[in-house]
Ligand binder design. Structure first.
Ligand code: DX5
Ligand code: ZN
Length: 214
């Protein structure tokens, strides 16, 4: 079974607690939280204080995807939230290893997220530090966009690379994931499916269960 990480970018922002409880009852594995700063991506969502509040109401794994410029400036604040996984983008910082090390040294899991057009060798010098590689499978910044087929090749390549080098990071895909694209991602080697609009527009429990079993 794959791990399903519903993205609360598709939740009702005025009723986040209610929607997170709904995700818990629907057997979500993780909660995916997209942090967007309006600079690295055009959209703006939440900051560390919201993540801390979410931490208080759920024990599900909090999977925080930082789409912010220069994450090194604010990483301590996210570490303090006690999220479980913090994922940063190599395109957003010149202090990649330093920032990943800060996450790891705090006992949290560290992830590297790659934009659609970023080649997978961007993770090459950080393999010793990462628990997760998140591949954006659509253009960044908004929910409800189409899955880009270029992603499948990247997943396969990454999966082959992981196998050949005996590595054990998880492969997470994020953007335009539904039953059809989720199945293709799993077949290509993905372990974690992030999904926002697909889950929130349907019977949540059914959608999550179907995604787990693609
Ligand atoms: C896109 C975000 C995704 C987004 C996915 O920049 O990182 O997490 O919420 O949403 P869907 O599943 O609707 O494409
Ligand atoms: Zn995301």
């Amino acid at each position: 079974m794959v791990i399903v990480s519903p993205s609360i970018l598709s939740a009702d922002f005025l009723n986040l607690e209610r929607d997170i409880k709904r995700l818990e009852s629907a057997d979500a594995n993780f909660i995916h939280i997209d942090i967007m700063d309006g600079v690295f991506v055009d959209n703006i969502t939440w900051g560390p204080s919201t993540v801390s509040e979410i931490r208080k109401i759920t024990s599900l794994t909090l999977d925080v995807h930082l789409m912010v410029n220069k994450p090194e400036r604010i990483i301590d604040e996210y570490i303090k939230t006690k999220a479980n996984i913090i994922t940063i983008h190599p395109e957003s910082t010149i202090f990649l290893r330093k920032t990943l090390l800060q996450i790891k040294n705090s006992g949290l899991k560290a992830g590297l997220a790659l934009k659609l057009e970023t080649p997978i060798n961007a993770i090459e010098n950080c393999l010793d530090l990462i628990d997760v590689v998140l591949l954006l499978t659509c253009d960044e910044g908004f929910g409800g966009m189409d899955f880009h087929p270029l992603s499948l090749e990247k997943i396969s390549l990454l999966s082959k690379w992981r196998r050949d080098q005996g590595l054990d990071f998880k492969i997470e895909v994020d953007g335009g994931v539904n039953l059809e694209t989720g199945k293709l991602c799993k077949e290509a080697g993905a372990d974690i499916l992030v999904s926002g609009s697909y889950i929130f527009k349907r019977d949540m429990k059914k959608a999550i269960n179907l995604l787990k079993n693609v």
